[in-house]
Write a protein that binds this ligand. Sequence first.
Ligand code: TTP
Ligand code: MG
Ligand code: MG
Length: 363
Amino acid sequence: MSLGENRGILHADFDAFYASVEQRDFPELINRPVAVGGSPRKRGVVASASYEARKFGIKSAMPMSVAVRKCPEIVVVSPRFAVYKEVSSRVMKVFRDITPLVEPLSLDEAYLDVTHLIVGNVTPPQIAKNLKGEVFSKFGLTISIGVSTSKSVAKIASGINKPNGLTIVRPGNEISFLHPLPIEVVWGIGPKSSAKLRELSIYTVGDIASQPTETLSDILGSNATHIKSISEGVDLRPVITQRERKSISSETTLLEDSADPTDLNEIVMRLSGQVADSLLKRDLRGSTVKLKLRRSDFTILTRQKTLPEKVQIPSEITESALELLAYELEHSNDKYRLIGVGVSGFSTAESRHDEMQLRFEGF
Ligand code: TTP
Ligand code: MG
Ligand code: MG
């Protein structure tokens, strides 16, 4: 693991992942607008749209009925999750053959730290180019890669020349690359925050960099400091492999200190859902659920519960987190200003494989 400013970090992300796998496996779909997702009759949504479909304005998370209206000739395909999972784990293995420092973010994307491989002609851009070729020849699928010195710049770079892009931001060019870009490229600035920032005439990453943190905090909450650093080109976060990751958590600072059980329950449920989502994307399950609370006097309290079975799905995490919260509320009259939910105690890759075998075999 390296943390300096001369790191070589790649962010690789499949182009229209589910839709591309379908086009690969069913050649009659090639060059056609394809949307993988739920049926328009059952209020399904688009999970992945082929680049041909995107020309009609079709995007992930859009109701399928809207997609069909925008493009009546669209081919709607039901997802084959098992196939995507299989492709994903084989591709991650190809990544790990290049460097052990691979951090998957979801089925279709990962960070790779290749710093230790740099010698002579072997440069991060060269490694990225070879990797794109290898993935295409082995899997018949294209990935877009961003290459830079940090995770955030590499991730933003991989997104701006899709599909089949290779975007290189050399050491020293991070700020000139970032500053003209629209704020929406920054991970953590969703549609709501972006609308509020735009109201304040904050349009570009450069505009974020020049704001005082307090202005950003009003809109971005506890993410403000991190987002400001990123916009200044500062991001020393290491690439964390599955093996090193000890926990997954999500936390939020309340707008006002609260002791209201209804509010607190709702927040815990939302955070549990986010944690579950993150676990699912990384294919992790954990045995310990933790609740973190910061009281109005700023003292921090954590309560945790270890379960007999490892958990991953939202309802399982929510149940334990709510139980921990109920216990706390019963025993205290405090108000709270921050709540966090986390899961730890992960299985190793090997034991996960065994678990999957068992499930597969019907135990
Ligand atoms: P993305 O990488 O966000 O999207 P994509 O690969 O389809 O398209 P591109 O990267 O070229 O912009 O997500 C990867 C897969 O995750 C996607 O193929 C389907 C799934 N997914 C959903 O199921 N719902 C969603 O809302 C999103 C964004 C993705
Ligand atoms: Mg993708
Ligand atoms: Mg992705």
